[in-house]
Design a protein around this ligand. Sequence first.
Ligand code: UTP
Length: 403
Amino acid sequence: MKNKLEKYGQQQLLRFENELTKEEKDALYKQIENLDFSYLQVEETEAKSDPKTVSPIKGMEIAEIEKNREKFEKIGLEVLENQQLAAVLLAGGMGTRLGSDKPKGVFNIGKTKDVFIFQTHFETLLKVVEKCGKWIPFFIMTSEKNHEITVDFLKEHDYFGYNKDYVCFYVQEMAPCVDFDGKILLEEKGKVATSPNGNGGWFSSLLKDNQAREMLEKYDIKWINMFGVDNVLQGIADPVFLGAVIDGGYEIGAKVVKKTVDTEKVGLFCKKNGRPSMIDYGDMTEEMTKQRDETGDLVYKYGNVLNYLYDIDLLYKFKDQKLPVHIVTKKVPYIDENGNLLNPEQPNAHKFELFSLDLFEYAKDCLPFVVEREKEFAPIKNKEGADSVATAQALLEKNGYKL
Ligand code: UTP
């Protein structure tokens, strides 16, 4: 372990070694041994996308979906009736923007009664279960920071009426947090500061968990619907979406909302070098941002709602593929060299994250599937303002929810 620290110039992690009890020392040594230091070799934040490599992607608009709704639904329902679709909820994030130290899913957004974010997802799935007559295997990815509280919370609420035999938790991997000089921080004198390694490791972490892997095999899962915890109107296990992806022969589908105003700051689906991808609004030229087609629609218009369908064969095929590591800048509490715990008010550290979208370029093609923003997109990211509890509450009520 000492060699490892020396090799990477991280001896500061043992700065308080002499103040620790034997148990604390053992725990710290074990943590250091198990920590993946290869993240430290990542140098730059990702390069900006070169607009020259970017071209529009063809999506399926609501009119076309409605025309084929019955056909798509039939195809999708067949997969659900055979229990060959699994849902995967990404719940390992820290939700720092929301400012709660609890997992985002346990956040209560009710006004006159309890309505938890997790509950909205279980209720959506239960409606699909009612429709197809079969339980849908449901994986929930947590991180070591929020696993116990998530599991206890859902047990306590009896999985909001879902069949617990079909719910499987697994834990994602962690990455070290470093200061701006690349030195790993301590969050306690005997504990390295770590954070979940982004949502891109979701499949490799799932395969490392025996129980999760067995569940995939038991039901001979063919499709995975992966989605983020934030959107309380998330249309999960949607047979029409699934049917459209299967009917078109796609390996990946993504629910999207249409950007209508060219100033909206949202990442957009596109092709890069001919492969499905996403472009950050900051990387688009002004011309691309404003470009409209002959119908008057923006050319780059498909905004991400973090609800993807994957053909599982694609996931297996690229399971060992190393995805790019993104460096993100965040506020991370840490122990300074005098042993004081500091809670910085400004971002002070880099975290290393993998992004689930980076797998898209390995698919031959992807179907952006347009959904109505007001019916399927109510994200809770911030405490106040846009994409906050208040905006999500208003959208839920608009959709007939009693809060
Ligand atoms: P976000 O990008 O919103 O990150 O995650 P976050 O950590 O939840 O929130 P902030 O940025 O700190 O405020 C999008 C989705 O990916 C999941 C989140 O739980 C959410 O469903 N996620 C993110 C993970 O499961 N693991 C991660 O390491 C990061």
